[in-house]
Design a protein around this ligand. Structure first.
Ligand code: C2E
Ligand code: CA
Ligand code: CA
Length: 686
């Protein structure tokens, strides 16, 4: 048996060979020992025995080396594996017990190698994703954040946070960062609002002011979604955006909407709001104040004789003169063409009279001139006191107006303080006359509905009709609601009128379905009973009674009235929208800072007030204003309707500004019947 043959043997065979050889050696040694003892010492025998020992030792060494060779290979492979060289393969010499182990070892290495590759791929993908998310987070013009209650304790903010306020991300995460950096006066309501929403687990958007590290104020909008952790504690996640620019634009819109562009004075609506505030203040602190109604005596003459441009200068000069007389706390507004109003928040009867006389003095003091000719300046002033003579702004203004008429009748440049005699005169002129006429019209069925199409500006497609009320007069002439709606509102007759309109319009809609020519109708609701639950039930009942399609009914309410009764308005709107009706905010733009509220009113359309539309093709201010409204509405995903589309040029500008819907004499006038066909030609010229 050669050494080579032994090496190729299985390990077990090799062990057997080893044992046999060892036994043979032992046997020889024993035999030698016996021979040594029994026989004479023989050199040959000793040499043979020594040879045997040498051969045995060599064989043992050879077999041991061959036995451990494969184990060493495995050891090297294990070392390779330990330093991550998983491609290393073990190749054994010969066949043996280690084959299985080696196979398993190699398979393990292979599997590990593959798992490692997969892991690396996964890791790279995750890294890519993480880089992408980071880039996304950094790329958004908003702070992505996570916060906890109470208030807004940030637990995460993206890097944009640093750009927004100038503070490092780590500062944002410090306790109380939010509370320390919002306006002090906002802390309580903001905390309460946030708590209210988070407790209910509802998403919410909230605007508030924060201080920049450099001291200036930043307006932000936080868009939040709420989740709860395993301990049911709310987690707020969302975005914080910088809306300072938008707020500045909104403020500018509000400014434009509340001020008269010629004189810069506040306009009628804002004036009424200021009046309302002053009345409330006077009632609260038991004070007395006055409102003055100033009407120029010869403005029409001046305007007609010297032209509009001079007319404007004249008005500007008058407003400056009136302003000079007033104290800083008094409020001066331009109420209409040549009408001005003054609120004196705190004054006695005598003081009000004195101020009015001082105004007349300031106007008379110096004549105006035109081309060397003297132009007279004078006014008639009516005064009404609050809260004694009335605590309702419109009513009070009407009384001051009535007093002004009395002043006019007394001759020019007079002051008159309201008295009950004026009420009689005023009643005679308006209330009795119109109250009777409205009752008469209701009883004698002299109200008629007209319909004016609202049209998609790009296609000319009629989307719906606005329902407009008319009163048929003695000679069957059509009287516009402008002549009686105000009076009806003032004397509590509007409910009957609106009920009549609602009934007739819903009936008409139901009939249109039966006639297989279905129409959608927009009904005007007076803000006076807007939010009134009886009206709500009445509308729902009427829809049911006639079998009208609620989805083809829309209600228009003026933005000012909706905003004035915001919480009631919400409920009312929500309830009608639930059954499928739609809502439009009418006369949008002339209201009082309603832009801030728009987000809180669930409306389907905004109707841009006609006064901003009719001059759109010539007036750049109007254009800016309408664009601002459209941008705002687009941001909120609310389509706009422009009223008073009176010519093709306006239509073109509207299309250019992206206004979706239009209504006006150019497109179609209000008529007692619906238009045949569903398309209006937008390209007719003239
Ligand atoms: P509104 O809701 O703003 O209605 C639009 C008014 O603009 C309508 O006057 C309409 O005839 C008029 N109009 C339409 N296109 C043009 C145009 O191109 N140029 C001009 N200059 N005017 C245009 P109308 O019918 O005299 O109504 C006046 C206001 O009376 C309405 O203003 C609305 O506030 C109120 N009103 C009308 N019908 C009803 C009603 O049924 N119920 C209530 N509560 N109010 C009504
Ligand atoms: Ca309307
Ligand atoms: Ca309108």
């Amino acid at each position: 048996m050669t050494v080579k043959k032994i090496i190729k043997m299985k390990l077990s065979t090799r062990l057997i060979v080893l044992v046999v050889v060892l036994q043979a050696v032992m046997f020889i040694l024993l035999a030698m020992n016996n021979a040594f003892q029994s026989m004479q010492y023989s050199e040959e025998i000793f040499t043979g025995a020594l040879m045997g020992v040498v051969i045995t030792l060599s064989l043992t060494a050879a077999i041991t080396y061959s036995m451990t060779a494969n184990l060493r290979k495995l050891e090297i492979a294990a070392k390779a594996m330990s330093i991550d060289q998983l491609e290393f393969k073990v190749e054994l010499e010969g066949k043996g017990e280690l084959d299985d182990l080696t196979g398993t070892f190699n398979r393990l290495a292979q599997e590990l190698s593959e798992a490692k590759k997969a892991l690396r791929k996964e890791h790279e993908a995750l890294e890519r994703e993480s880089r992408f998310m980071q880039a996304l987070l950094d790329g958004i013009d908003a702070v992505v954040m996570e916060a906890r209650l109470p208030g807004y304790q940030f637990t995460f903010v993206s890097r944009e946070a640093k750009n927004l306020l100038g503070y490092a991300v780590s500062d944002w995460l410090k306790p109380n960062f939010w509370v320390d950096n919002i306006q002090k006066e906002d802390v309580i309501w903001l905390k309460e609002t946030i708590l209210g929403h988070t407790e209910k687990g509802e998403s919410f958007t909230i605007d508030f002011r924060m201080s920049h590290q450099q001291g200036h104020t930043i307006w932000v909008r936080a868009i939040n979604s709420v989740e709860f952790d395993e301990d049911q504690r709310p987690i707020i996640r969302g975005l914080i955006l910088d809306i300072t620019e938008q707020k500045t634009a909104e403020d500018r819109i509000v400014y434009l909407a509340e001020h008269d562009s010629l004189t810069g004075l506040i306009n009628r609506r804002r004036f009424q709001n200021e009046l309302e505030r002053s009345i409330a203040y006077a009632e609260r602190y038991q004070l007395q104040g006055a409102v003055l109604f100033v009407d120029l005596d010869q403005f029409k003459y001046v305007n007609d004789t010297y032209g509009h441009q001079y007319g404007d200068e004249y008005l500007l000069d008058v407003s400056r003169r009136l302003f000079q007389v007033l104290r800083r706390t008094d409020i001066l507004g331009r109420l209409g063409g040549d009408e001005f109003g003054v609120v004196i928040p705190k004054c006695s009867f005598e003081e009000a009279h004195t101020v009015a006389l001082a105004m007349l003095g300031a106007l008379a003091q110096e004549s105006m001139e035109h081309d060397g000719k003297m132009v007279p300046v004078s006014a008639s002033i009516g005064v009404a006191l609050f809260p004694t003579q009335s605590a309702v702004p419109a009513d009070l203004l009407a009384k001051a107006d009535a007093a002004m008429y009395t002043a006019k009748r007394k001759g020019r440049a007079q002051v008159h303080i309201f008295s009950d005699d004026d009420t009689e005169l005023w009643n005679m002129q308006s209330k009795i006359h119109w109250e009777e006429r409205i009752r008469w019209a209701l009883a004698e069925d002299r109200f008629v509905l007209f319909y004016q199409p609202v049209v998609e500006m790009r296609t000319g497609l009629i989307t719906h009709y606005e329902v407009l009320l008319r009163m048929r007069g003695d000679n069957d002439q059509m009287i516009s609601p402008g002549a009686f709606i105000d009076t009806a509102e003032r004397f509590g007759l509007i409910r009957e009128i609106d009920s009549w309109v609602v009934d007739q319009a819903i009936k008409t809609q139901a009939q249109s379905i039966k006639d297989h020519k279905p129409v959608s109708l927009a009904i005007n609701l007076s803000g006076k009973h807007f939010g009134n639950l009886n009206m709500l039930d009445y509308i729902k009942d009427t829809i049911k009674t006639y079998g009208a399609d609620p989805q083809s009914l829309m209600f228009e309410v003026t933005e000012t009235e909706a905003v004035e009764n915001l919480s009631k308005a919400r409920g009312f709107i929500d309830s009608l929208r639930e059954i499928g009706c739609q809502f439009a905010l009418d006369d949008f733009g002339i209201g009082f800072s309603s832009f801030h509220y728009l987000r809180n009113l669930p409306v389907d359309y905004i109707k841009i007030d006609g006064s901003f539309v009719r001059g759109l093709h010539v007036d750049t201010d109007d254009r800016l204003f309408v664009k601002a409204i459209v941008d705002l509405a687009k941001g909120l995903n609310i389509p706009c309707v422009a009223e008073f589309v009176e010519n093709s040029h306006i239509a073109d500008v509207l299309i250019e500004l992206g206004v979706e819907l239009g209504q006006g004499y150019y497109l179609a006038k209000p008529k007692a019947e619906f238009i045949d066909g569903v398309i209006i030609d937008l390209h007719k010229r003239g």
